[in-house]
Design a protein around this ligand. Structure first.
Ligand code: FAD
Length: 353
């Protein structure tokens, strides 16, 4: 851990503090609420000026990447800090590994494509996840058998209260299933500025364990896939299954898959033989939240301006002019019915603001 000198406050910076800004273009649900203060951060100097001069610890803050994992339930009375820090650099290579550092404001999928173009392996299964690099460690993003913790080296973050730079390794991040220290002890205390990934140069460790990936590769008669083949397969699967937020507002999976005790799973199996789950430990099973929601009759159901998607029960959508409050009420109704039918509490994956 090391700090910047206070002299940084004299560096030139183009901070523009705007007032009463609509957040509609900044969240993939397309919710039209206003932020009382809004500032865009384009370089580290600006971020330091902001931390050292704006009494941030006394303000209500929302750090924003791509806005693809948020539900804005009301006007935001505080400062929204939109992170636009850019840059992707290869910082070292050693043996079969390369370390790639990406700034927080880089679009996640652009980083994935950059790595694939350079034949750096490890991120291909995470193709097409919306959002920015800075948010990726927040919830340890994952898809198709891979999570970023598998390729994570370290991240840099600025402590909001002091402007000091901190470096977190994987252990310090305390990664779990859609979890990290930044959702708990470190919540609201840091702005992530860069993330470094340790990727492979040759001998890539491909993960084709998901049936859907195997099926696409089989249909294309690809026997020895490259990382690009896997990325293309993941992109095709995602495009066929998930609603595009540009066309239909959503934030991906609204709820996390709940983990339940093995004995509860076995009891439920007697009543619901098709219950979908997989083992996460000797006595725990993770159950598919989408299946539970579908069994409660929500799949494809439209409620006012919102609803559960017709192909993906786990994805709640904005059909046009939904308010965040409406989507929140739907989510709570879904949560209550799953609890009533199965005795299982499902928790939102999306950050409720
Ligand atoms: C169609 C769709 C599909 C999706 N599929 C997946 C999937 O397969 N797997 C998966 O894991 N997720 C998925 N998501 C969720 C989402 O894409 C990820 O959570 C993504 O990492 C969010 O990035 P973002 O930049 O949009 O974060 P935002 O929504 O802007 O922010 C999310 C949280 O991170 C905080 N944050 C953002 N940037 C920073 C920063 N620099 N420093 C500190 N805090 C920060 C915010 O304050 C907020 O609490 C999907 C979303 C959509 C819309």
């Amino acid at each position: 851990m090391y700090g910047f000198s206070q002299a940084f406050i004299y560096l030139p910076a183009q901070l523009i503090l705007q007032h009463n800004i609509s957040l509609k273009p900044f969240n993939t649900f397309g919710i039209d609420v206003k932020a009382s203060e809004f500032v865009e951060i384009n370089n580290l100097d600006e971020l330091l000026v902001l931390c050292l001069n704006f009494n941030l610890t006394e303000r209500n803050l929302l750090v924003l990447g791509g806005g693809s994992n948020l539900l804005l339930t009301k006007d935001f009375n505080g400062m929204v800090i939109k992170i636009n820090l850019k840059g992707i650099n290869t910082i070292k290579t050693e043996g079969n590994y390369v370390w790639v550092k990406a700034m927080a404001g880089e679009v996640w999928h652009d980083l994935v494509l950059h790595c694939i173009a350079n034949n750096y392996g490890g991120l291909e299964n995470l193709s097409l996840i919306p959002g920015c690099v800075g948010a990726s460690p927040m919830q340890n993003i994952g898809a198709y058998g891979v999570e970023i913790k598998d390729v994570f080296e370290e991240l840099e973050a600025i402590e909001i209260a002091t402007g000091e730079k901190h470096v977190f390794n994987a252990e310090a991040c305390k990664f779990g299933y859609r979890e990290s220290v930044f959702k708990h002890q470190a919540k609201g205390k840091f702005i992530i500025t860069a993330v470094t990934f340790k990727l492979t140069i040759n001998n890539h460790k491909l993960n084709t364990s998901y049936g859907a990936i195997q099926e696409v590769l089989k249909n294309k008669q690809i026997v020895e896939p490259t990382i690009k083949d896997i990325s293309n397969a993941v992109i095709a699967i995602r495009q066929s299954k998930l609603p595009n937020p540009k066309l239909l507002g959503n934030a991906g999976s609204f709820f996390k898959n709940p983990e339940i005790p093995l004995n509860q799973f076995n009891q439920l199996k007697e009543t619901y033989p098709n219950l979908v789950g997989y083992s996460t430990g000797p006595n725990t099973i993770k159950v598919a939240a989408g299946w539970l929601i579908e069994q409660c009759g929500w799949k494809g159901k439209v409620v006012g301006n919102t609803g559960s998607h017709k192909d993906q029960a786990l994805v709640l959508v904005n059909y046009g002019n939904a308010t965040g409050e409406e989507i929140y009420m739907l989510a709570m109704a879904i949560q209550a019915s799953v609890k009533q039918k199965f005795g299982i509490t499902i928790h939102p994956e999306v950050n409720l603001i």
